[in-house]
Write a protein that binds this ligand. Sequence first.
Ligand code: FAD
Ligand code: DHB
Length: 393
Amino acid sequence: LRTQVVIIGAGPAGLLLGHVLHRAGIGFTILEARSREHVLGRIRAGVLEQGSVDALTELGLDADLREHGLTHRGIHLQFEGARRHIDFVDLVGRTVTIYGQQALVRHLLAEHERLGSDIRFELADVTPLGLDGSSPRVRATDAGRAIELDADLVVGADGFHGVCRPAIPGLRGLERSYPFGWLGILADVPPSTDDLVYALHPDGFAMHSMRSPEVSRLYLQVGHDASIDDWSDARIWDALQTRLGVAGWTLHEGEVLEKSITPMRSYVASTMAHGRLFLVGDAAHIVPPTGAKGLNSAIADVVLLGRAIVAGLLRGDDAGLHGYGDAALARQWKVQQFSEWMTDLLHVHEGPDAAAREFAYRSQVGRLEYVTGSRAARQSLAEQYAGLPFTTE
Ligand code: FAD
Ligand code: DHB
């Protein structure tokens, strides 16, 4: 079997890259380890930067987003019982769009099915080979049968636990782990807020997000060893009421439709390209979710790599492919420091004793007073949250 580009992984990054290649008339096959139902069932991220929305629009993939996405002009930062609004439109003239990763994946997959794209699910033993030479290939087992695909390029869009990153010789991971995670729920209740609320509370971080005018998404900071079995729905709502509560505002409760705990880490691979293999999205980097950057970074990588592949395969201009790894990492490190900063700003940190913990907390309140009180600081937050440019200027 032969195709121009083999994409490993049918998450948002792999599916979107498929659409970029389709538009340019470049042949591709997407190989996915899990079932179609599993891919469609994952909930995950919820915020799209304006650059991500623009990229989807350019590809003509914005119909569902226009219908169901919720445009937000800012966020609320909450601390010490008060809520302060950061207005992105006023500060940087940009908005963000609430549109679940699950809806995006459903739409991208539906469009691929309409186009008749070659996407194979439930593959085992996916193995990229011959990456150093000019004719890489990928081996896999499809319903018990061995298959091998020859290609010009292989793209690793296979997430953090995929097989492509480990296939790069000498690759190192630079990382930071956090001693806490996020417990997230999806609740059958209209959101109690207009823009998202990010709250620092002595008990821990809490956030109020949403998926639609009918469905709320809420998160709580929990210990890194927390078990979902210890968090009954009643305990979750109790903690949310305490951490998100402000005078004169009511958090409406509803049936918990889904709940899970996500560990938090920062990770960046030392390189995103090797020979004819290119990494995009979580395969190359992970951010803690606080700045809503995971999905947006995957989209930024795809836009950059998509352009480079089109130039390389259609015009024989390989400069973009040669420069891809460094360009993607340069943008990614800016995103990393923002996600780390938002995480440190809003989570309660462990310390050796009560005095150290109190110092850390007071210092965070000082930072929040500064960020919300200074137009220059608000503007910096807004610029980064609404999204840095997809190129590396
Ligand atoms: P993925 O979505 O991980 O897709 C990778 C695909 O590759 C998957 O379909 C996987 O099954 C497939 N695959 C893996 N191994 C193989 C293999 N060997 N062969 C073939 N296919 C393979 N970001 C936020 O901004 N906000 C959030 O609230 C948020 N919550 C998250 C919660 C969880 C539990 C996780 C894991 C991530 C969360 N993220 C969040 C991050 C965000 O979802 C990711 O950044 C985004 O999914 C990256 O897309 P991707 O396509 O690169 O990777
Ligand atoms: C959501 C997730 C985030 O990480 C974030 O910063 C904002 C919103 C969400 O899932 O809705």
